[in-house]
Structure formats: C-alpha cells, structure tokens
Design a protein around this ligand. Structure first.
Ligand SMILES: [Zn+2]
Length: 179
C-alpha cells in the first residue's frame, strides 16, 4: 500500500514536469526582443533590386518594409472586423515583415502614379514589368508571395535566412545582426 502511494506520487510529479516542459516548449517567451528595423542584408538586396530594375527601365517603389506587430494586427483586421479588402492572412508576429525580413513593392510610372498592375509593360520589351522585377528579386534570393498557394501576395518579397516563423517567434534570428 505504501509503495503504490509512493508510485502515484512519482507519477503525479512526472506528469506536472511533462506539462510544464511542453508549455515552455510551445509558448513563445515574452521577453524576446523583436527587431525594430529592416534587416541590413535585406536592405542591401532591396537597393540592388531597385537598381537592377531601373537598369531595365522599370521604376519601383518599396511601399512597406519593417512592420510592427501592432500594425500587422490592424492590417489583419482590415476586411474582417474593419472596413476594406482583406490584405493579409497573417496576424501580428506571423509575418516576415515583423522581423524586418520582407518588403512590398509596386511600379512607379513617369507621371508619379503608383500601380499594382501585373501585366503592365512600361519598358515595351514584351514582358510584364512586374514579372521582370520578380525575376530579378528571385535571382537575388527573395521568395515571392505570388508563388504562395493559399494567399497570393503579389507585391511581397521576403528572405527567411532558413528561419521559420515558429523559430523567429521563439527568438531565433539571422546570424548577421540587425545593427
Ligand atoms: Zn508583404
């Protein structure tokens, strides 16, 4: 009788330990510092993209780069609990923008207009300017949101440095620092 009591006590302690371990494993720690700016490597490739596009006669502008978790949350609400069209399917902390690893681009015309036209051929070479920009971006190492299966995000370009959102949320960062 005494032995079974001892055994059940051990079992209870073990169960508590396992629950605590799993809790710690799956919960993102709250004291992790989130970046506050675009990663310098991404910034370099962004500048390179702008230059290479310009050399092909295509002007682009970067409409968004680093985004705070709060801004991401309000974007997520758009088209859901607030007015407008749905622009994202990721909540705050789940976008590479929140870690300074993503940019959004658009085409800029000579008259100053900014367009999101995927078939516009401003340099008249028979290829859509948008896709020419995407091609350059991919060569530079960007992943394009237009290749995504579930939610196609055509202006979106990101570099993940081999890190998943799950890892970023838990404090993993690219080896090259943000400074
Ligand atoms: Zn984006």
């Amino acid at each position: 009788m005494k032995f079974t009591k001892f055994l059940s006590l051990i079992l209870i302690i073990l169960t508590i330990a396992i629950v605590l371990f799993l809790f710690k494993l799956f919960r993102a720690p709250s004291d992790i510092q989130t970046p506050t700016q675009l990663h310098p490597v991404v910034e370099n490739y962004q500048d390179e993209l702008i230059e290479q596009a310009k050399a092909k006669g295509i002007d682009i502008i970067i409409t968004d780069d680093f985004r705070t978790i709060e801004v991401q949350d309000s974007l997520y609400k758009r088209g859901r609990t607030t007015e407008g069209n749905i622009v994202t399917n990721v909540k705050g902390g789940n976008s590479y923008h929140n870690y300074g690893l993503a940019i959004d681009f658009a085409l800029k015309l000579n008259n100053g207009d900014v367009i999101w036209d995927l078939s516009y051929d401003g340099n008249n070479n028979g290829e859509a300017d948008w896709m020419e920009v995407v091609e350059i971006a991919k060569e530079l190492g960007f992943e394009w949101g237009g290749d995504w299966k579930s939610f196609k995000d055509y202006p979106h370009l990101q570099m993940d440095f081999g890190l998943s959102i799950w890892e970023l949320k838990r404090g993993k960062r690219p080896e090259i620092s943000y400074e």
